[in-house]
Design a protein around this ligand. Structure first.
Ligand SMILES: Cc1cc2nc3c(=O)[nH]c(=O)nc-3n(C[C@H](O)[C@H](O)[C@H](O)COP(=O)(O)OP(=O)(O)OC[C@H]3O[C@@H](n4cnc5c(N)ncnc54)[C@H](O)[C@@H]3O)c2cc1C
Length: 226
């Protein structure tokens, strides 16, 4: 039976793509439930290379994976995401009412109006001291979901990040489109455009206006800035 954990947007995976998507969706009042098979947020950055310097995140000449994740979590916090760690999303289906119903590996279900797949390179098992070369990478259930794929990723429309299944979105390393770069900065851009894609669906196909965070009193209040 579905449980009562309804969210506006279910995000599969809690890597950098997902963490920035919480912020972007939150700016427009959308509440997220984020589920990750790992026991912590941050995806590859947090688990595979927490101490490695990253030099190509805009605005940060150098930052390590752990600090980047900590900052992304802080940026997302005002939007009160719900996190479920240590649980894998094994299946996604529409319920009779048209909502998404995600089945988790413990048999429970989470219902949401929209789903963003941010499952990256899949599930992996690598404590930091194991090292990247020895990390056990598993494609995870998302690899079997019946979606159009190319170059190991889920094909998306690069304007909206919608997959071949209407209403299902994919961002970060999980997606593919012409020119896709598997980099963190690309994941941030994709999270912003997927948010607009979801808003457009909510608005019945009409383009929804974009608010600057500094010009919107509602957003400033949410961020504790006014
Ligand atoms: C050694 C190394 C160095 C790198 N250096 C850089 C760099 O310097 N700069 C840069 O920009 N990029 C770098 N990258 C790439 C960068 O880490 C990725 O582009 C980025 O992590 C992608 O983020 P993501 O959120 O899409 O996916 P991920 O970080 O892979 O996170 C996806 C999450 O989804 C979870 N998941 C998967 N399937 C499921 C499921 N079915 N249910 C629940 N959870 C699920 C996984 O457990 C994981 O936590 C590097 C990568 C590696 C391996």
């Amino acid at each position: 039976m579905p449980d009562s954990r309804n969210a506006d947007v279910l995000i599969v995976g809690a890597g950098p793509a997902a963490l920035f998507a919480i912020f972007q969706l939150g700016l427009y009042g959308l509440r997220c439930h984020v589920i990750d098979g790992l026991g912590q947020p941050g995806g590859q950055c947090a688990v595979l290379y927490p101490d490695k310097p990253i030099y190509d995140v805009p605005g940060f000449p150098e930052i390590d994976g752990e600090e980047l994740c900590e900052r992304l979590l802080r940026q997302a916090a005002p939007f009160e995401p719900r996190f479920t760690f240590g649980r894998t999303v094994v299946d996604l289906a529409r319920d009779p009412g048209g909502k998404w119903l995600a089945q988790l590996d413990d048999g429970s279900h989470v219902r949401a109006d929209h789903v963003v797949i941010a499952s990256g390179i899949g599930l992996f098992n690598a404590p930091p001291d194991v090292g990247v070369a020895d990390a056990e990478l598993k494609p995870g259930p998302a690899a079997a979901w019946p979606l159009e794929r190319s170059r190991g990723g889920i094909v998306v429309d690069p304007a909206t990040f919608e997959t071949s299944e209407p209403g299902l979105f994919a961002i970060g390393d999980a997606c593919d489109y012409p020119g896709k770069l598997r980099l963190i900065l690309s994941a941030f851009h994709e999270a912003a455009l997927a948010t607009q894609g979801i808003r457009r669906r909510i608005a019945g196909g009409k383009a929804a206006s974009v608010e600057y965070t500094t010009a919107s009193r509602r957003i400033r209040e949410k961020l504790g800035q006014s």
